[in-house]
Ligand binder design. Sequence first.
Ligand code: NAD
Ligand code: UDX
Length: 467
Amino acid sequence: MIKNICCIGAGYVGGPTMAVIALKNPNINVTVVDINKNRIDAWNSEDLSSLPIYEPGLDEVVAEARGRNLFFSTDVDKAITESEMIFISVNTPTKTYGKGKGMAADLKYIELCARQIAEIAKTDKIVVEKSTLPVRTSEALKSILDNTGNGVKFQILSNPEFLAEGTAISDLLSPDRVLIGGGTDEEGTNAVNALVSIYEAWVPSDKIITTNVWSSELSKLTANAFLAQRVSSINAMSELCEVTGADVNEVAKAIGMDSRIGSKFLKASVGFGGSCFQKDILNLVYIARSYGLNQVADYWEQVIIMNDYQKNRFAKKILTTLYNTVSGKKIAFLGWAFKKDTNDTRESAAIYVADALLDEQANIAVYDPKVVKEQMYNDLANLNTRKVEEIEAGISVFSEVYELCKDAHAIAILTEWDEFKEYDWKMIYENMKKPAFLFDGRNILNGENMENIGFVYNGIGISKNIE
Ligand code: NAD
Ligand code: UDX
């Protein structure tokens, strides 16, 4: 029976995942550790609105479990020493240097964790890969753990996380499935069973599937590739809709009712963002190429190419519609996060659209209910396309939408926050420059209603002036 577990990495995955494991397993002590002290302090903050990540329902889970059997700490060594099972949930970003730059996953953080576990562990441990990793990473982990350990035995499991941000808590509470990959010998089976029993505290047994380690590692990359591919597929169709008079929402509905296709993940948009899709597909492409599978690599790479095209296309549409110049014009951005109900902005389409419009000397005004100004400036600075002073001069951040849109030449909706649907659009219209352009990058508004108010409305995949 496992009594103590820890998780290295208190981020978007480690934090919520361990909070739910602790909530549902009151007899197991769960310690989440991180080298980032600010993040740990925020996880320990009295004020639950100051948790480091925003997820609906997370505050309630933390309120119930924290201090009871859920702990956040910077003492990684102590947590490793005391735990029988160690989850690794550190970041695995795209490499920015050396071999595989811009494509491969950077595994330095994972390797550091493995080396630290190998050095510190004095008793047998089950090490669980929670991070998304290239297929066969567990082989490298095993080699590090077995060769520098203290005669301690390690079992390595793969347990990829499928939660989506914004719905992390409900995804964790009722997952479609839990996937566990592990060895098939007696010790491997025991380790798999130990992890199964933790999930069985709340997940029905038939939703917990076990596979070999390689299938589990590869299934995570495959799932993200398939999901992103659906978005790029419908986005590809959105452009065809715009030139033919078809409506992408109608097309998505019509095909989604085919049970073989299904209705989810067919929402045309300004392009997908988030920390996972692009990174994981690039990694998949890199792996395929490294095995010489160039057709496989090219096939999946097209999903990214299409997504980049969609983000650019949106920016270009704003420019051409505004008479080919946005120089000095106020363009109001509604939303900066990569999707609603999260404060995460990693790879958000808004960053790329803003960058393209800053190239054209637009004055961009932004409002997002959960993203702070410093984050927006950082996101643009990280592109290395212009100086910080230029970013600060080109982007102004508002905390109130009516002020944001006052005297704007155009509004661009970048994130599908629910509150955007509830605004007094008539009042917004009245205070804008005319003609008042509205670019709905998420198709959340009713175009006809907006046109009746007076807006020149542009949705994604909705044709204009074609009978
Ligand atoms: P994150 O950047 O939010 O969190 C990672 C944390 O790990 C950071 O706080 C960092 O300080 C910490 N860390 C790094 N090295 C460390 C070390 N040696 N010791 C202690 N702490 C260390 O990342 P995330 O979004 O939580 O993603 C983590 C992993 O989960 C990635 O592999 C990602 O691909 C995968 N994943 C993410 C999501 C998602 O929605 N964000 C979903 C499924 C899977
Ligand atoms: C994704 C996977 O869904 C999740 O299973 C995995 O664990 C992590 O990566 P996440 O990136 O958090 O989750 O959010 P997701 O809901 O998948 O959205 C990703 C991006 O695609 C967002 O920018 C979203 O707006 C966009 N999207 C999604 C669309 O444009 N259209 C859709 O129909 C669905």
